[in-house]
Design a protein around this ligand. Structure first.
Ligand code: SF4
Length: 351
């Protein structure tokens, strides 16, 4: 783990432009700074010693002023389907989680944006554990770098979803720089930011010149139940959220993803699916129906609906003209970081 009192500046999580600015007083020619940036951003280097196209003297000088520090792997648990849950340690002793999910030559990484979550959704273990500090750009990008290095086989492409610990749109000050650095390697269209509906954050996202995809955790078709499941809805009411989303600028071909955790006898009726279909009508979108992963210790009152109910819910949405996937969680036998992400097997609906 990095030394918390290490005064050297961490170059992880910085764009090539930021690295060039930081290195101005240390390198004699600007192309040297570009070489350093290439090693760190493009080649995922972990040590100045790897930078063999730089002189030994320059590498030593860089090491005196800067460091290349990633989160430390404290634990990893692999699921039978290839998914891996990572436990990372940060320099101040805080721990965070991430998940990597390989599938058909593609790797989806689920990253954390905060070390805890203050939003307190009543179906989410992270929320039950309470608030934690914001992660810095180095700690956000560092999760990506570590997971990439641990790959046993090369992948064709990487997708990133911010569905791990924390509400990313409550940490926009660090999420923004982290996204800019990630864009060097991963297209914005392969990055999804998932929010519980933080309106100022959605407006911030709408104003970015380069935007990742947007996912919104909805979970109820009306204000009363949404605010019971997601207390943040008191502050950012459903009606205002929908108005904001209707105005959200979408690039050609893009859609908003709505996530809906189905909970037995709470939001799983056919009438609820109908109300949801009406609520989002007219918004270019797709819906991820996510059967609740039961957690009797934290949420003894919340149960998962049976498969028939889940399918009926999804078919109702589909019959109303929406694109729907059901994210079955049976395949993932490790606990994922956030209540929203415990599985990834997506299924077609019955005809
Ligand atoms: S579901 Fe996401 S936003 Fe809600 S408490 Fe969990 S981590 Fe926070």
């Amino acid at each position: 783990m990095a030394n918390p009192v290490d005064p050297r500046v961490n170059l992880v999580g910085r764009t090539p432009g930021e690295i060039a600015t930081l290195l101005e007083d240390v390198v004699d020619r600007s192309f040297r700074a570009r070489q350093v940036a290439q090693w760190i951003v493009d080649r995922n280097a972990t040590d100045f010693a790897e930078m063999t196209n730089l002189s030994v003297e320059l590498r030593a000088e860089l090491g005196r002023h800067f460091r290349i520090a990633d989160p430390e792997i404290l634990d990893r648990s692999a699921s039978g389907d290839g998914s891996v849950k990572w436990l990372f340690g940060l320099s101040d002793g805080v721990t965070i989680e991430g998940v990597s999910m390989p599938e058909n030559g593609k790797l989806t990484m689920c990253l954390s944006s905060q070390a805890g979550c203050a939003v307190g959704c009543t179906f989410c273990v992270t929320g039950a554990l309470g608030a934690g500090r914001n992660l810095g750009p180095d700690e956000i990008v560092g999760q990506y770098r570590v997971m990439l290095r641990q790959l046993e086989e090369p992948v064709d492409r990487v997708n990133i979803v911010f569905m791990g610990m924390g509400e990313p749109l409550l940490n926009t000050g660090n999420l923004g720089p982290a996204l800019e650095t990630l864009y060097e390697r991963v297209s914005p269209k392969r990055i999804t930011v998932s929010t519980s509906g933080i309106l100022p954050g959605i407006r911030w996202l709408a104003g970015l010149p380069r935007r990742p995809k947007l996912a919104v955790s909805l979970n109820a078709p009306d204000q009363e139940r949404r605010q019971r499941l997601m207390p943040i809805a008191k502050r950012y009411p459903l009606a205002e959220l929908m108005t904001e989303l209707r105005a959200f600028p979408l690039e050609r071909g893009r859609r908003i993803t709505f996530e809906y955790v189905v909970i037995r006898d709470l939001n799983d009726r056919v009438a609820d699916a109908g109300a949801l279909a009406r609520l989002i009508r007219g918004i270019p979108c797709k819906i991820n129906v996510i059967p609740l992963n039961e957690d009797p210790e934290h949420f003894p009152d919340h149960r998962r609906p049976d498969d028939e109910t889940i399918n009926r819910f999804a078919v109702t949405l589909r019959d109303a003209g929406h694109t729907v996937t059901v994210r079955w969680s049976k395949g993932l036998d490790v606990d994922a970081a956030c209540g929203q992400l415990k599985g990834r097997r997506q299924s077609r609906l019955p005809g």
